[in-house]
Design a protein. Structure first.
Length: 315
């Protein structure tokens, strides 16, 4: 086989609407965050050495032949080889990432996507985003049991998406660009635990929780329309509404509510927690002129890191 070095990368992501409700079949909207990314490089290695995966930032080195079945990097590589009916190549695959881990920015999905993309290229295959997404979904199950599939979908397509579990994946064509500030509370956001908490609450109060999921679904559908029409003010207002509904779901925290309030007070058009909640990130929609000021206010209010990103309008 002609083995030349190859590379693959994938962006982070942020959920704008519909987290949690998406687990129960309601729609969600998420967008890529291109300021952060995971990258995988594959280099040929001497014959007989097999595949070694190096997670440079974590100081981890995994030989595919003796990695446990549930080791996520090895699983991503195995699924790729299986999908392409390819034998294990002699190569070293090195992963690096600038995406903060476990903070709701899709770090796990991006690392898997970059790895699978780079390894497939090393084997002379260019996987389609939908195929990539399906493989990454299998790896995501290790991270948090019953993922909706939203993370792998937005990260593998690297496009704004409107997503309904096992049903719909529409690329969103924005009528106007959106400038977003993503502020990390610095608190943990253990997705699996929080999803399990919501499941328990729903079991004890099904009618109440299903009504909340329905309302979140309606907000998400209105948001889709406003995003496509370029009605940025309405998108902001709907983010505020989505945050209130997430408070009702019991997945917010004082720290997240404070950051959301701070962003609004500094002139954001809307703000909400993003991802599983409790900790992790809030996302604020701002006008360009106010982005600097709002960012400063968020940092002063305790945001540990701040990412400013723009989601482009359709050309
Ligand atoms: O915390 P994150 O960004 O991985 O997002 C979790 C989103 C949930 O809707 C809560 C779970 C899911 O699988 O979609």
């Amino acid at each position: 086989m002609d083995s030349k070095p190859t590379q693959g990368s994938a962006p982070g992501k942020v959920i704008l609407f519909g987290e949690h409700a998406v687990v129960y079949g309601r729609p969600a909207i998420a967008v890529p965050v291109i300021q952060v990314e995971a990258t995988a490089n594959v280099q040929p290695a001497p014959a007989g050495s097999g595949l070694t995966i190096v997670a440079a930032d974590l100081d981890e080195r995994v030989a595919l032949s003796d990695a446990p079945l549930d080791e996520p990097l090895a699983l991503a590589a195995r699924l790729t080889l299986e999908r392409l009916s390819a034998p294990e190549p002699d190569a070293t695959l090195t992963i690096t990432s600038t995406i903060p881990i476990a903070s709701g920015l899709g770090s796990g999905a991006a690392v898997s996507t970059a790895l699978i993309r780079a390894l497939a290229r090393f084997l002379d295959h260019e996987l389609k985003p939908a195929d990539l997404s399906a493989l990454v979904f299998e790896v995501e199950k290790i991270h948090h049991g019953t993922p909706s599939g939203l993370d792998n979908t937005v990260v593998a397509h690297a496009q704004p998406v409107y997503f309904v579990r096992e049903e719909t994946m529409d690329r969103l064509a924005l009528g106007a660009p959106l400038t977003l500030l993503i502020a990390d509370s610095g608190l943990p956001s253990p997705t699996g635990e929080i999803v399990a908490h919501v499941r328990q609450k729903r079991e004890s109060e099904p009618a109440h929780y299903d009504a909340l999921f329905d309302q979140i679904g309606e907000v998400t559908n209105e948001a889709r329309q406003s995003m496509e029409e370029g009605d940025v003010d309405t998108v902001g207002m709907l983010m505020d509404q989505n945050h209130e509904l997430l408070i009702d779901l019991d997945v917010s925290s004082n720290e997240l509510d404070d950051l959301v309030e701070t962003a609004r007070f500094a002139g954001a058009l809307g703000a909400k927690l993003s991802g599983a909640g409790r900790g992790g990130n809030v996302v604020a929609l701002v006008e360009d002129e106010l982005a600097e000021e709002a960012g400063q206010a968020l940092s002063e209010a305790g945001a540990k890191t701040l990412i400013r990103t723009q989601v482009a309008a359709a050309s």
